[in-house]
Design a protein around this ligand. Structure first.
Ligand code: ADP
Length: 235
């Protein structure tokens, strides 16, 4: 993956088992967000290929239809929530159903309300994002990300824009999803959380995956290698 002449990702070879939770960790500027955005084709790869399920795209043959195919299988939860400001919480959660799947409005409303309820957000369904706390906005955006049952949900530092007291509520919402059969990839600095909910962890440095393995082992505070030093700097 390149930005102009600058190579940001290199030699990335990553397989994510269906239904698993993968944490991506590493120093700032190492390429974690770019890797995540490339999985969703928000950044187009300059080399290699990406496959989700039966949809595959090759950097040498990028086609609109293929981009769409991959995007319908994966959704993204952003650092800054990215809710539609002119839509209520309920309408935000309804939006993927209405626009992509062409679900009937009544049906979409029912499904979206059920998901909001799962997240304990039914009381704020009629409110606009500006009236919600950051934690509520992020939980609405997670509800929106899963409402159309994507294969993969990608989280880009989902708690880093939140006030500290709101972090736990969002992490709990993500942990609840981890119990379901959704494939999740999470870029996070919340190491303790990653250790608890992730199956595998990958450590990215200078645009390369320098190590990957069982999350509880890879993200251990023991030892004095590069990863342990990094982990210890965060906990
Ligand atoms: P991380 O998520 O690990 O902090 P990023 O993926 O955001 O790292 O960034 C990796 C590198 O790519 C950094 O050097 C960053 O400056 C560069 N980069 C990220 N986005 C862009 C962009 N849109 N244009 C140019 N360079 C970028």
């Amino acid at each position: 993956m390149q930005f102009g002449k600058k190579k940001v990702l290199n030699n990335i070879n990553l397989e994510i088992p269906e239904g698993s939770v993968t944490a991506i960790v590493g120093p700032s500027g190492s390429g974690k967000t770019t890797l995540l955005r490339t999985l969703n084709l928000l950044q187009l790869p300059s080399d290699g290929s990406i496959a989700i399920d039966d949809a595959q795209i090759d950097a040498q043959h990028i086609e609109r239809a293929k981009i769409k195919q991959i995007r319908t299988k994966s959704t993204m939860v952003f650092q800054q929530f990215n809710l539609f400001k002119n839509l209520t919480a309920l309408e935000n959660v309804m939006s993927p159903l209405v626009y992509n799947k062409k679900t009937k409005l009544n049906e979409a409303r029912k499904t979206a309300l059920a998901v909001l309820k799962d997240f304990g957000l039914e009381k704020i369904a009629a409110q606009y994002p500006v009236t919600l706390s950051g934690g509520q906005q992020q939980r609405v955006s997670i509800a929106r990300a899963i409402v159309a049952k994507p294969k993969v949900v990608l989280f880009d530092e989902p708690t880093s824009a939140l006030d500290p007291e709101l972090v736990a509520g969002v992490l709990n919402a993500i942990a609840k999803l981890a119990e379901q059969d959704i494939t999740m990839v999470i870029v996070t600095h919340e190491i303790e959380f990653a250790r608890q909910i992730a199956d595998q962890a990958i450590f990215v440095e200078d645009g390369e995956i320098v190590d990957q393995g069982v999350a509880k082992e890879l993200l251990s505070t023991q030892g004095n290698g590069r990863i342990a030093n990094f982990v210890n700097s965060l906990v």
